[in-house]
Design a protein. Structure first.
Length: 374
């Protein structure tokens, strides 16, 4: 993993040097200047500062290490409710104390020019509040999946970002993984005819029964909200279409542990072209696969949704890609969108469309598997 070579310098100097090396490579490498050749000075692309909000498992073990591998952004600050975490992060990542916030003084981040992007990595029920507060502070936002607990929350988040002229993206890291990028191409390029069928499954056996993921008020739901959204995503980008209807059923084997949230859910999604997706998500067992059936061939990624070690084929031709942290590519892509203009490929709209499907699924479960229009 690449080490931060400026980590011994004060923050202001580090930021200056990062911008310099990024924007003016030739000068940094000492290329000779030829007499009479006009010197073209290009405005250096700004390396953007990210503040992680909520220093739990994902922020600590995936996002912060990935930020050491990014080219267009860096770890500039943290927001935490746990005082003891501050010293550890200062020591490990050399974060200036002025870039450390808690949930009470979070809104003061508006006055901090080191922070360009706020990355919300909190329990699901806090996504909307912190996205909206970050937008009001004038910061661009990355919000983890699921975007919110309801379509209404997603709409409010999108509206707040629009009103404050900041960009919003969702932590859909797989759009930047080369295996999934091959799948995304299938409905556009149709190398083996139209996509007719998708099978998406993602589940794992959840541990600690006291964790927030099993509390409805914090998680909004169970396996569907946590890992089922990857299957909804997979089905949507493998077909390149928006579903028109779903049928879903829930199965519980441990009604005590899963008293508040869904344990295992199977569902079907119907698409306008006639394509169908058959999906399963679970907190009771492991499954991890995305299979695409086309008119004249198949594609598959298995394991499909992990951080690394993905493997797959497109019509028996093996996928073979260099290893890169998905989260580094994802955050770099958003930084480039901010610097160059345009919208993130995983904008708030993507998160909202998934929540529309989620809401239809819960309605269908309530109606014992009745078909519900999306
Ligand atoms: P954790 O439970 O490990 O961490 C959540 C952190 O949020 C806590 O450590 C704490 O940080 C803060 N927090 C604030 N209020 C609460 C509260 N009431 N209860 C619990 N924690 C609180 O969760 P994860 O890191 O696994 O998940 C965080 C988010 O990231 C979720 O939305 C999840 O869906 C998403 N995620 C996305 C992944 C992906 O691949 N894209 C993978 C894993 C998670 P502090 O002590 O600093 O205040």
């Amino acid at each position: 993993m690449k080490k931060n070579s400026f980590s011994h310098l004060p923050a202001s100097r580090r930021k200056f040097l990062r911008q310099l090396t990024l924007g003016s490579g030739a000068l940094a490498f000492g290329a000779p200047l030829i007499a009479n050749t006009p010197l073209i000075i290009r405005k250096p692309a700004k390396k953007l500062g990210i503040a992680l909000v909520g220093l739990g498992n994902y922020a600590t073990n995936q996002l912060a290490p990935s930020l050491q591998d990014t080219e267009h952004c860096y770890l500039a600050g943290i927001v935490t409710g746990t005082k003891e975490k501050e010293a550890k992060w200062i020591e490990k990542y050399n974060i200036p104390t002025k870039n450390i916030y808690n949930y009470d003084n979070f809104d003061q981040i508006a006055n901090n020019d080191d922070i360009d992007i706020v990355y919300v990595v909190l329990p699901n029920s806090m996504h909307a509040e912190y996205t909206i507060r970050a937008a009001k502070a004038g910061k661009h936002v990355i919000c983890e999946k699921p975007m919110g607990l309801s379509v209404k929350e997603c709409e409010d988040m999108i509206a707040a970002c629009k009103a404050n002229k900041v960009k919003l993206s969702i932590g859909y890291r797989l759009h930047f993984d080369p295996h999934h990028m091959e799948i995304i191409k299938l409905p556009k390029e149709k190398p083996f005819g139209a996509v007719k069928y998708v099978n998406a499954e993602f589940g794992f056996r959840i541990g600690d029964p006291t964790q927030w993921r099993l509390r409805k008020n914090l998680a909004g739901g169970g396996a569907i909200m946590d890992v089922g959204v990857y299957c909804i995503q997979g089905a949507r980008y493998a077909t390149g279409e928006e579903p028109i209807a779903v049928t879903a059923r829930e199965f519980k084997t441990d009604p005590v542990k899963f008293a508040e949230v869904d344990e295992t859910v199977t569902w079907e999604m119907e698409f306008p072209s006639g394509a169908i997706a058959n999906c399963t998500t679970s907190y009771a067992f492991s499954t991890n696969r995305l299979h695409v059936g086309m008119e004249k061939g198949t594609a598959e990624v298995q394991p499909s949704y992990s951080y690394r070690g993905l493997a797959g084929h497109v019509n028996r031709k093996l996928m073979d890609f260099p290893v890169k942290r998905q989260q580094a590519s994802q955050m770099d892509n958003f930084a480039q969108v901010i610097n160059n203009g345009g919208e993130s490929e995983v904008s708030g709209q993507e998160g909202l469309l998934d929540l529309k499907v989620v809401e239809a699924m819960y309605k269908s479960i309530k109606k014992k598997g009745k078909r519900v229009k999306v």
